[in-house]
Design a protein around this ligand. Structure first.
Ligand SMILES: Cc1cc2nc3c(=O)[nH]c(=O)nc-3n(C[C@H](O)[C@H](O)[C@H](O)COP(=O)(O)OP(=O)(O)OC[C@H]3O[C@@H](n4cnc5c(N)ncnc54)[C@H](O)[C@@H]3O)c2cc1C
Length: 172
């Protein structure tokens, strides 16, 4: 964009949602173990009682094809029921596919660009864009108004658009 190369690539992930049922789950369940065809997966019950679930395919599926596959549901259903057998009785309402805007090191890119005047980036939120959105907006505001503090400067270091992208998220 604007003649600047941004190291963000579309990484396809599928998710699904069940019918609503009475609350029965506490915190979100995240399983970091690898199985054939997938790495980590997670599920949680939302405030409407629906169980939302998502899985990371292995190997990754790059690109912007949004068609749901027939592989996802049997794969994640098997993994979820293994952890919580009562989920076998749950009816799935729908599944969908979208993209994680992934960076090579799994961290977002947030900062002021040197190539253009007053051009800031806040991209590459990977699989955490909804969670990071509000904090990112506040951080950007402080960056743009030159009111950021030493803590912000520390955070911005890991998101620097000019870093070498050789690091990795700790849990990986
Ligand atoms: C199945 C699935 C489950 C997810 N679950 C979660 C979750 O539970 N929690 C969470 O925090 N995150 C989750 N995410 C990740 C989250 O969706 C992303 O991190 C977030 O959408 C990124 O927001 P964004 O605005 O940075 O990028 P995007 O949502 O990708 O928006 C970028 C926009 O820019 C447009 N665009 C691209 N190129 C150009 C161009 N050259 N000119 C103009 N416009 C352009 C695109 O069309 C798009 O509308 C999930 C993603 C998927 C696919």
């Amino acid at each position: 964009m604007a003649g600047i190369d941004i190291p963000v690539n579309a990484d396809s992930h599928e998710a699904g949602i069940s019918e609503p049922v009475k609350p029965f789950m506490g915190p979100m369940v995240v399983d970091m173990r690898k199985e054939p065809g997938s790495t980590n997966f997670y599920f949680y019950q939302n405030t409407e009682g629906q169980v939302v679930f998502c899985l990371t395919p292995d190997p990754p599926v790059w690109g912007i094809d949004n068609r749901a596959t027939s592989i996802f549901l049997p794969m994640i259903a098997r993994r979820m029921i293994k952890i919580m057998p009562m989920l076998a009785n749950l009816k799935v309402r729908r599944t969908w596919r979208g993209q994680y805007p992934n960076t090579p090191d799994g961290f977002p890119i947030i900062g002021k660009m040197k190539e253009l005047d007053n051009f800031y980036q806040a991209v590459g939120m990977c699989g955490q864009g909804f969670m990071l959105g509000p904090g990112t907006a506040e951080l950007l505001y402080r960056l743009m108004t030159d009111t950021y503090d030493p803590d912000d400067a520390e955070v911005l270091k890991s998101f620097d658009p000019y870093r070498d992208f050789k690091g990795q998220e700790m849990f990986k």
